[in-house]
Design a protein around this ligand. Structure first.
Ligand code: GLY
Length: 383
């Protein structure tokens, strides 16, 4: 059984490596978000350099470097990290996505090559993330003034979002690296707050929660990037599934494993026969919006979860679900042609966005991570 997973993953991994060599030789140190007519764009410009997805192409290069040993990937990834470092001069543009930006870039560089600049900038990023913690409400503030105002006329000072669980590994990294538990204490308090305020009885999760920043009381939740209030935005479910698990892997605290399993059991029960994932599990049947990124991210979480649980039936259940989604992506939503920059199609940033079903770089990143992990890679950006 396990061998089947490995055979599939090894076959796909070879196709990815072949394609990405050509893509990297064209893309060099650009920082793509999407591709238009098969060519990556570049978010390196002054206005966009702090965009939250700007770590993912660097992360792909580090995964490729780890698997192939080809120095070209490391050189290009280092150039991307150097470009990102200008963000520190404009600290007011940075938000809670410090983990998404610096774990796949500088921290990966430090872990794989011992690069001291990577360590320094990774720790600086962790300090900035820690600075967003509100001790009255035990949450890390998500965004800065004005962001997300389409959700309602409230201030976002008290807003935290489920995605932030994926940024917590930067705090665990800082504690592990400095032997100072302050960062880990913040991560744990935020993760506990998320269990209390985001996780619903059926295993689904809210996207945005507002906490009173003075008293710490729960105020309300918002539909955020999903269909609406109380709905089930699939990328948010994926962040929760994987994010709670990462807190378990960093702390050994069983409550995070239980939270991850609860989300996973809900998620697996919702996977359609096709294996393709909608933008929201509670969206109307039409339009049939999909999000390939949710399929890729949840597959990464399920593969790791299958390693963390001891019950063989659960292991199989989680791996089977991941494999179903990865096979659906590979057969129907993947372009392995080396002449096309993007790997995945049918990604959607949010339900109510004007545009759906286009390439998004973190879809490619997480698809690559899932396949390399399943094929036996021992390197992780998040652990
Ligand atoms: N972290 C934002 C998103 O998933 O769209």
């Amino acid at each position: 059984m396990t061998e089947n997973y490995k055979e599939f993953a090894s076959r796909i991994k070879e196709k990815i490596i072949l394609k990405e060599r050509a893509v990297s030789d064209r893309t060099l140190d650009k920082i793509p978000y999407t591709a238009v007519n098969g060519r990556f764009d570049d978010k390196s410009d002054d206005k966009n350099i702090n965009w939250w997805t700007n770590g993912f192409y660097g992360g792909m290069l580090w995964l490729l470097y780890h698997e192939t040993g080809d120095e070209r990937y490391a050189e290009r990834a280092e150039k991307i990290a150097d470009k990102l470092s200008v963000c520190f001069d404009r600290f007011y543009n940075l938000d809670h996505d410090m983990g998404f930006l610096w774990l796949p870039t500088d921290v990966a560089s430090y872990r794989l090559t011992g690069n001291k600049d990577g360590r320094r900038r990774g720790l600086l990023a962790a300090n900035i993330l820690a600075g967003r913690f509100n001790p009255a409400g035990n949450y890390i503030r998500a965004w800065n003034d004005g962001i997300g105002k389409e959700n309602g006329p409230t201030s976002n000072v008290g807003w935290c979002i489920i995605d932030c669980l994926m940024n917590l590994p930067l705090l665990y990294f800082a504690s592990e690296e400095t032997k100072d538990p302050r960062f880990k204490h913040i991560a744990v308090r935020h993760a506990d707050m998320a269990i209390k305020n985001f996780l619903r009885a059926d295993g689904s999760v809210n996207h945005i929660v507002e906490i009173n920043p003075e008293t710490g009381e729960f105020v309300q939740s918002f539909g955020g990037q999903g269909y609406g209030l109380g709905s089930s935005w699939t990328r948010g479910q994926s962040w929760a599934l994987y994010g709670f698990l990462l807190s378990y892997l960093h702390t050994g605290e069983e409550r995070y494993l239980e939270a991850s399993k609860k989300v996973a059991d809900y998620f697996v029960s919702q996977i359609p026969e096709s294996g393709l994932i909608p933008v929201d599990f509670r969206q109307p049947a039409e339009p049939a919006y999909e999000d390939s990124t949710a399929a890729a991210i949840s597959s990464c979480g399920l593969i790791e979860l299958s390693k963390a649980v001891s019950d063989p039936k659960l292991k199989e259940k989680y791996l089977d679900a991941a494999l179903k989604m990865l096979k659906a992506l590979s057969d129907k939503r993947c372009d392995y042609d080396p002449e096309t920059d993007n790997l995945l199609s049918h990604c959607s940033a949010s339900y109510h966005a004007n545009e759906h079903h286009f390439p998004i770089i973190y879809g490619d990143y997480f698809f690559m991570e899932a396949i390399f992990n399943l094929a036996g890679s021992d390197f992780s950006i998040w652990k």
